[in-house]
Design a protein around this ligand. Structure first.
Ligand code: KIV
Length: 278
């Protein structure tokens, strides 16, 4: 199997994602801004404008306070930075749970105003009619089961889901979203064996986060893996860089140099001679 190093080919479609089931793992990251979208575009198959934006960029304590307006603003910013990757925008808490009609109105708005190729929503069996309604009306849906952070208050925290007898519930959720027509499903914080069983059972790709290397793809929050968001560090986050620590050290050096009048030096200031003369 050939592993392509970068994603410089045409943008994948939901149909392509289904076809990648069991092939080279799908590379997915979140992005919330244009510069980060430009950074991740080359190497990612799918970029998610996640509602994690509320915690990562807006300092909210959970994703519950994220609004449609925030998702549209960040979706538009990310769209400006993508040429290759497929963009999915999260449906925020309260924008789809009332029923299929509410979900369609808000999903259509997200797609129309951001240019996203699909929406993601949280929930399994209870969301089956809603996912089917959206897909039947032209809105591709990526499902999200296991730990669903918008349900943190019902789940009693950000706990692993599907241990022991609870595995049946998560498996039922997986079956339901696949039956409803989701083109892919995020499995968050489920035991590795359960993730592998779901991956083997479903015809659609599974995208793991805190799940298993056996999933059909992986996703991480970009600020987590770059070491920029350090408020907490789930076990499933691998840090590929320490940008937060690097930035803190750069800012400390800047502050010291300003106080010592070491910055700016001659190379950063202008003389009174006309431009072009020495
Ligand atoms: O909001 C988000 O970033 C997500 C991913 C963690 C899957 O849902």
């Amino acid at each position: 199997m050939e592993l392509s190093a970068t994603n410089t080919t045409k943008r994948l479609t939901p149909q392509d994602f289904r076809a990648r089931k069991g092939a080279t793992p799908l590379v997915c990251l979140t992005a919330y801004t244009t510069p980060v979208a430009r950074l991740v575009d080359r190497d990612c198959d799918l970029v998610l404008v996640g509602d994690s934006v509320g915690m990562v960029l807006h300092g909210l304590p959970s994703t519950l306070g994220v609004t449609m307006e925030m998702m549209i603003l960040h979706g538009q910013a990310v769209a400006r930075g993508l040429e290759h990757a497929f963009m999915v925008v999260d449906m925020p808490f309260g924008s789809y749970e009332q029923g299929p009609a509410q979900a369609f109105a808000n999903a259509a708005r997200l797609m129309a105003e951001t240019g996203a190729g699909a929406v993601k929503l949280e929930g399994g069996a209870t969301m089956e009619p809603t996912i089917r309604f959206l897909v039947d009306r032209g809105i591709p849906v990526m499902a999200h089961i296991g730990l669903t952070p918008q349900a943190v208050n019902v789940l009693g925290g950000y706990k692993v889901q599907g241990r022991g007898a609870d595995a049946t519930r998560i498996m039922d959720d997986a079956d339901a979203v696949a039956r409803a027509g989701a083109f892919a499903v995020v499995l968050e914080k489920v035991p590795a064996q359960l993730a592998d069983d779901i991956t083997a059972r479903l015809a659609i790709p599974t995208i793991g986060i805190g799940a298993s290397a056996g999933c059909d793809g992986q996703i991480l929050v970009v600020d987590d893996m770059l070491g920029q968001f350090t408020d907490f560090r789930p076990k499933f986050v691998k840090r590929y860089a320490e940008l937060g620590a690097d930035a803190a050290s750069a800012i400390q050096t800047y502050a010291q140099e300003v106080r010592a009048r070491a910055f700016p030096d001659d190379s950063h200031v202008f003389s009174d001679k006309p431009a072009g003369t020495k």
